[in-house]
Design a protein around this ligand. Structure first.
Ligand code: PCA
Length: 326
């Protein structure tokens, strides 16, 4: 067998490097609280695929769904501290840090997709600035479908809500429960079926997406179609990790993010009717709110809007005014 010279060996090694598939420079783990059956997670998977394609594999995201890598309450700090470079959470989970994060969870402030979009346009910069202070760069946000009630009996009078143990997922849903005279209990989305089956909670307000994914017909009977607000998930990247990318990688990331945002809003819109139909097919009774219940929820929305404005000060006020005067 022919004896290779050192130079020839180097040449072989270099040729191998040139033809070998690109090794990911950025193998990124991405935690999300939500499961694989949720459209937000499917959208992230597509985002990861697109980004791999756009960068020839140099940004290679692995999605860790359903709180499997970090719990919902830990994801933001994990990205801030650089334990993972990228993550997704429900934006309003950060309400305790800054009222701007809670703006999309006020009942009836922005209850349609067009309004939700206008509210995001008016608030995006303020949200991005508040997260930038923590070393986080916002990539995109996508709303859940409108939030509606899931109950174990037909409710027409607001007084029927009093005393119910009510599942909450953020500060706003806790406050809503209180204002209805119910008793809030925080339960992660992935724990909803267990919380109902063990009797920890007996009512909730969430999207048809979450209701259908949890098979809400197994533990509730009535869906009251309030579609009261559209809370958003937000995807952010650690700013140091973002800045360490090459110009091309950064451009690809922003492009894939813009596409994921547009696609996510479309998916969300389509989900609304699709998943209400799934709830009905599962056996739930689909109802519109009675006049009395609708009036009570409007009143709760007004109270929560006033409370938010008092808390958010001039900067928050300016955002809401920009939204209202658009
Ligand atoms: N689903 C999530 C947040 C809002 C929604 O529609 C949840 O119920 O936790």
């Amino acid at each position: 067998m022919k004896h290779f010279t050192k130079a020839a060996l180097t040449g072989v090694a270099m040729a191998t490097l040139l033809v070998a598939p690109a090794v990911a420079q950025n193998a990124w783990d991405m935690p999300t609280p939500y499961g694989d059956g949720i459209f937000h997670t499917q959208n992230i998977m597509q985002f990861a695929d697109d980004l791999r394609a756009k960068t020839d594999g140099s940004i290679d995201i692995t999605v860790h769904s359903a709180n499997s890598l970090f719990g919902h309450a830990e994801i933001k700090d994990a990205v801030r501290d650089g334990l993972v470079p990228i993550g997704e959470i429900l934006l309003s989970r950060l309400a305790n840090e800054d009222p701007i994060f809670a703006l999309d969870s006020i009942p009836f402030l922005a209850a349609s997709y067009d309004d939700a979009e206008a509210l995001w346009q008016a608030s995006r910069e303020a949200v991005a600035e508040a997260l930038a202070e923590q070393g986080l760069t916002v990539l995109y946000a996508v709303p859940w479908p409108g939030q509606s009630l899931y109950l174990r009996q037909e409710v027409t009078e607001p007084a029927q809500m009093e005393g119910l143990s009510f599942r909450a997922y953020n500060v706003a849903t806790e406050r809503l429960a209180e204002l209805l005279g119910a008793t809030p209990t925080q339960v992660e989305e992935t724990d909803i079926p267990t919380a109902f089956s063990t009797g920890r909670v007996e009512a909730m307000i969430t999207s048809p997406s979450t209701g259908a994914n949890a098979q809400a017909w197994d533990f509730t009977t009535h869906y009251i179609d309030t579609q009261a607000w559209l809370p958003k998930n937000v995807v952010f990247v650690n700013t140091d990790a973002f800045e360490a990318l090459s110009d091309e990688e950064r451009a690809a990331l922003l492009e894939a993010a813009a596409e994921a945002e547009a696609r996510g809003w479309d998916m969300s819109r389509a989900e609304t009717d699709e998943k209400i139909a799934a709830l009905e097919a599962g056996g739930m009774i689909i109802m519109q709110p009675s006049e009395a219940l609708a009036a009570k929820l409007q009143e709760v929305g007004q109270t929560m809007t006033a409370e938010w404005e008092a808390q958010a000060g001039d900067a928050g006020q300016a955002v809401v005014e920009a939204y209202r005067n658009r």
